[in-house]
Design a binder for this molecule. Structure first.
Ligand code: SF4
Length: 283
């Protein structure tokens, strides 16, 4: 059965519910991961890709995402700072270029950028492009006009995580609607951006929610799916959440590979506590 599912994934045939259940409950995690690797190798060979980010603005976010240290709703002892200067962004991008990074993303806290932050991002994008890196950005919820400005400035990739499934979203965030996130992603896709959108796991969701998220991302047609695993942060509502077992994290990665066979799957936050450091950034 596992080999049949590998074949289906390679041929981009959607899996039935019972087949997805088979993957979720497969007793041998090693076999499951090897099967997922065959799918990855079919589409990407043994190629991996590194990307990197700079946190260009930290803290004071009005949103209440329960896992996040940057929310103004929680006391978390993080270093807060306004939008950093463009020279600093350029300096970090230049340094990372020499370590093999191809994509470099400007990340800011907040629901969306202010006008002044947006124009700083536009300037930084052209500096990153001049360095020969692919400029990406993660700036929260944006409307079409702002995304168009970024497109004109040369931005190539837009990142915006859905974080969790629609049916679980209110357990994680109550300050904006799931549809606002979905709209941002749809608009970025319509404008021709390389869109990176994924989620965070270990925040209290179950397998139904995980599959729902994967199928939403598949339906939207995003190009890249970052998978993050919760590292509980003191001061947030999820500070006492137990971290996922390594096997559970590996199963999530493998099942996502079956459901999104030809997409870039990026292993992002939580690699260290979940023992995923030996897994390449993109599998
Ligand atoms: S919107 Fe982003 S920065 Fe703000 S609380 Fe949520 S995850 Fe954190």
């Amino acid at each position: 059965m596992l080999n049949n599912l590998v074949e289906k994934a390679i041929n981009k045939i959607s899996l039935r519910d019972d087949e997805i259940d088979f993957l979720i409950t497969h007793p041998n995690i090693e076999e499951l991961c090897k099967a997922a690797l065959k799918i990855k190798e079919n589409f990407f060979g043994n190629r991996i890709e590194f990307c990197s980010i700079i946190n260009a603005k930290s803290g004071k976010c009005p949103e209440d995402c329960k896992f996040c240290a940057q929310s103004v709703h929680y006391k978390t002892n993080i270093k807060e700072y306004p939008f950093i200067n463009i020279e600093r962004i350029e300096h970090v991008a230049n340094k990372l270029k020499s370590s093999g990074v191809k994509r470099f993303s400007i990340v800011t806290s907040g629901k969306g950028p202010t006008k002044s932050d947006l124009s700083k991002v536009e300037k930084a994008v052209s500096r990153i492009t001049e360095l020969g890196l692919i400029p990406d950005a993660s700036l929260g919820i944006l409307n079409k006009d702002d995304l168009l400005k970024l497109k004109k400035a040369g931005l190539k990739g837009f990142h915006h995580n859905l974080e969790v499934s629609k049916s679980f979203f209110k357990n994680i965030c109550t300050t904006h609607e799931y549809e606002e996130d979905v709209e941002t992603i749809k608009t970025a896709l319509q404008l021709g951006f390389y869109v990176c959108s994924g989620g965070i796991f270990g925040v209290g969701e179950n397998w139904e929610h995980r599959i729902e998220l994967a199928l939403t991302l598949k339906e939207l047609g995003v190009h890249s799916i970052p998978l993050n695993f919760l590292t509980p942060i003191k001061g947030t509502p999820l500070e006492n959440m137990p971290i996922l077992k390594e096997e559970e994290a590996l199963r999530i990665i493998a099942v996502y590979r079956f459901l999104l066979p030809d997409k870039h799957i990026r292993i992002c936050g939580g690699r260290h506590p979940h023992n995923l450091v030996s897994i390449p950034t993109t599998v």
